[in-house]
Design a protein around this ligand. Structure first.
Ligand SMILES: Nc1ncnc2c1ncn2[C@@H]1O[C@H](COP(=O)(O)OP(=O)(O)OP(=O)(O)O)[C@@H](O)[C@H]1O
Length: 450
């Protein structure tokens, strides 16, 4: 139990009380000092430049905290601890935030359970619940049922009127931190091999289930994969919760590399970008640039489909088994991302290569890096991102046999041409998943049943 909330700690972040137009007092949690109250006006920057989201920069950015400028009409809803929402949910703590929402831990006064309430910005229509309901109502086959287990259920949904507008609220079960947070909390940034295998197995099952229902997740990354709580917290009153979990010096963050197999159960979240390609044509992606697949740059006339998730799934699997992501960049351009793809995966298909006018900046016509620069050939890059860090942190490496099977799977998922990527069902049947990942997942299931 203690462990579970150690994970929760890094995602408990600042709380902004109600005031307008700008917050002047806030409660902030920091890694070693939770719920320290800070009074006084927040530091204001001198610039008023608008950022890419159209919001002017008015406050010094706070690490791990949502953009404060977004607390304005059309933006986030201001919440204070103790707020009572929809006549039944008392806000107890904060779980996280995204571009389109903040998420809060609340106690449901009707039945005593804890819930997570995602409060959308007032501009957003938060269609996530529609997608989740389709998934909830689906009648999966036996094989698909395992994938459904990783999808959150909608417990409630309501609108909230506030100073910044009307906000759609989605209520689901609370989970632990994301895989991205768990990695950030560890020095090695690695998961134990068994944990990585079990997580990947669940993730592939979840995507296979989603795709079987005609839904593309469209924003698949480690920040949207949450670890489940390993035990219920419903028995705790808010005071007991505070007493028990808000002393971070006593409850250090559990790093990814100390996650045990029994704790490696996930929930796939954030269906805010999800869509049904059979009924909706989508030509853009709001997923982080690092995960945008190459067809978005080279086949702009073709709508996105399930293949987009497969590319993102390949990138996510790499990050789960390894230390560093497969493609790296800071605020990258489309050309930079293509350079990353070619560096790791080799030359683009001929028609795309011809079309890519920026190629001479980095490559000769054979697809080799121009003088002096080093590329990141696949096998060497795997060694740098996955195997070497495992050795350095005295963690088990992947055996030669397993590496071959994993390579085969990842290479196929990261095929440049979307139609050449396997579908989720084929991935579930692949050698690596059936020989290494699923058996690891089975071992958790059999232990939790016994
Ligand atoms: N059920 C939950 N339990 C615990 N934490 C949660 C839960 N749902 C969301 N969170 C936290 O809130 C964060 C933001 O949620 P989410 O990614 O769904 O928001 P978003 O506004 O759609 O984000 P994005 O910018 O990725 O579109 C998550 O990264 C996670 O840390």
């Amino acid at each position: 139990m203690k462990h579970a909330f150690r994970y929760l700690l890094p995602s408990l972040r600042i709380i902004i009380p109600r005031f307008s137009p700008a917050p002047s007092r806030f409660i902030r949690s920091a890694p070693r000092q939770f719920f320290a109250t800070f009074s006084g006006r927040m530091e204001s920057t001198t610039t008023n430049d608008a950022d890419s989201s159209g919001y002017g920069v008015e406050y010094m950015p706070l690490e791990g905290v949502e953009r404060l400028e977004r607390y304005r009409p059309g933006g986030y809803h201001p919440i204070v601890i103790g707020d009572h929402l929809h006549g039944r949910y008392r806000i107890v703590h904060k779980l996280g935030f995204g571009t389109y929402s903040t998420t809060w831990l609340a106690k449901d006064q009707n039945n005593g359970s804890y819930v997570a309430i995602k409060i959308a910005v007032a501009d957003s229509d938060l269609r996530e619940a529609d997608i989740l309901r389709v998934l909830q109502d689906a009648r999966p086959t036996c094989e698909e049922a395992s994938g459904k287990a990783a999808i959150p259920s909608v417990l409630d949904e309501f609108d909230l009127d506030g100073p910044n507008g009307k906000h759609r609220c989605l209520v689901t079960a609370p989970a632990n931190v994301s895989l991205a947070d768990a990695k950030d909390a560890s020095v090695s940034r690695l998961f134990q091999p068994s944990v990585a295998r079990a997580i990947v197995a669940q993730l592939v099952q979840a995507i296979a289930f989603l795709h079987s229902q005609g839904i593309v997740h469209a924003d698949l990354h480690l920040g949207n994969i949450l670890l489940r709580l390993t035990e219920s917290i419903d028995g705790l009153s808010p005071d007991q919760f505070y007493q028990k979990y808000q002393k971070p010096t006593l409850e250090p963050v559990q790093p990814s590399d100390r996650l045990t197999l029994s704790e490696a159960r996930i929930l796939l979240t954030d269906f805010g970008e999800s869509f049904m390609p059979f009924t909706t044509k989508r030509y853009y992606s709001n997923t982080p640039d690092l995960l945008v697949p190459p067809e978005l740059h080279f086949r702009t006339q073709e709508p996105l489909s399930f293949h987009t998730d497969i590319w993102a799934l390949g990138c996510a699997i790499w990050s789960i088994v390894g230390q560093r992501p497969i493609f790296e960049a800071f605020n990258p351009s489309a050309d930079w991302m293509t350079k990353e793809h070619v560096d790791v995966l080799g030359k683009l298909p001929p028609e795309w290569w011809e079309h890519w006018s920026a190629r001479p900046k980095w490559f000769d016509e054979q697809g080799s890096r121009i003088a002096g620069a080093a590329g990141k050939p696949w096998a060497e890059w795997f060694e740098s991102c996955v195997q070497r860090p495992r050795r350095e942190f005295r963690m088990e490496e992947f055996s030669e046999d397993e590496k071959v099977a994993l390579f085969a799977l990842l290479r196929s998922m990261l095929a440049f041409r979307p139609s050449e990527r396997p579908d989720a069902e084929q991935i579930l049947q692949s050698d690596w998943i059936t020989t290494w990942a699923l058996p690891e997942l089975e071992s958790i299931r059999s232990t939790s049943l016994s």
